[in-house]
Design a protein around this ligand. Structure first.
Ligand SMILES: [Zn+2]
Length: 343
């Protein structure tokens, strides 16, 4: 992994210093964010899996990472921690309900992490964290009603409605597991014909191999083959674009987002994805509010950045604040109206 942390820009702007952990099924990304919003020491380490106490093992790993980050940057004093995980997440309760590749059920991760790290913890869902980052810092900045989709191995989504993340108790945003083809392939989730069995990058590669007998590492190669005139590749690619457009059309009729942001591996196809997708979606709509179709801007770091934003949201008001904020906090506690400095 490239590690040129101190040369990175300050994407988050001024605010409290925090630690952020984006826990994935395979790797955990972690970093310190300083009061200028610089991302320091960004690293990717294997997520411990397979033990008898999966949540405890992950929290122990986070505590060890926290010690490393603090030792590397003793001048930066984090006042809060963000932890994002995949699977079903009850953010309000601070509980990881279920994560198939991490193995926990009903794990009180927020409390475990707060005890292990000795700081307030913002606990959330990885894709919602990424969506929040695209909304607050990235492609969907300035929009109030937003759908953010990550189209990669699978398809995951995050909703922002009226400017606020909408989690549905941890169940919202699962567009990848909305029905796309009743006669379609079985999905890993147990249902049949889910969108991600047709339109995920993983599905595109798998379906092309099934149709042609040619093994490919990913959807990129299928797109290249389609562009070179391979009929099977063209069919598989067009199926994916059509399924995505239909799913978005239903979503547009239901939620009426102002913007749809698409990230993940498939979005790297750029205009080869966005142009036909926009045309197909447009053809399916009539009176509906037409959303701006946008490519995600924050890339792979969106989840970590959103996790850091969430940590800043739970940071104690006066802790680590600049003198101006401390004055504002003092004014507030004295009953006066104060305005926080812009983030
Ligand atoms: Zn499914």
């Amino acid at each position: 992994m490239p590690s040129t942390p101190d040369a990175r820009p300050a994407p988050l702007g001024a605010g409290p210093a925090v630690l952020a952990f984006d826990v994935g099924g395979t790797d955990t990304k972690s970093a310190l964010v300083d009061r200028d919003g610089r991302v320091l020491g960004l690293r990717r380490t294997p997520t411990p899996t397979g033990g008898d106490d999966p949540a405890g093992d992950v929290v122990d790993a986070l505590a060890a990472l926290a010690r490393e980050h603090r030792a590397e940057h003793p001048d930066v004093r984090p006042v809060a921690v963000g932890v994002s995980v995949p699977g079903l997440v009850d953010e309000a309760a601070g509980v990881g309900i279920f994560a198939s590749n991490l193995g926990w059920r009903e794990a009180p991760i927020r409390d475990l992490a707060a005890r292990a790290l000795g700081l307030p913890v913002a606990f959330g869902h990885d894709v919602r964290a990424a969506g929040d980052a695209e909304h607050r810092l990235g492609a969907a900045r300035g929009y109030g009603d937003v759908v953010v989709l990550a189209v990669g191995t699978g398809i995951a989504g995050a909703l922002v409605l009226g400017g606020h993340p909408y989690a549905g108790g941890g169940y919202a945003g699962e567009l990848g597991h909305a029905l796309s083809d009743p006669d379609g392939e079985p999905c890993a989730c147990g249902a049949r014909g889910c969108l991600e069995t047709i339109a995920s990058a993983g599905a595109i590669a798998r379906r092309y191999t099934a149709a042609s007998g040619i093994a490919v590492p990913g959807a990129r190669e299928v797109l290249a083959a389609a562009q070179a005139g391979d009929a099977a590749a063209r069919r598989v690619w067009d199926d994916a674009v059509r399924a995505l457009a239909e799913a978005l059309a239903r979503l547009v009729a239901t939620v009426a987002p102002e913007a749809v942001v698409i990230g993940g591996g498939l979005a790297q196809a750029g205009p080869a994805l966005f142009e036909p997708l926009a045309a197909r979606l447009d053809a399916l709509l009539s009176f509906h509010r037409r959303p701006a179709l946008l490519q995600a801007r924050l890339g792979d770091d969106a989840g970590l950045l959103g996790t850091a934003l969430a940590a800043r949201d739970v940071a104690p008001v006066a802790a680590g604040a600049a003198p101006a904020s401390a004055a504002a906090a003092a004014a507030r506690s004295a009953g006066a109206t104060a305005t926080e400095p812009a983030p």
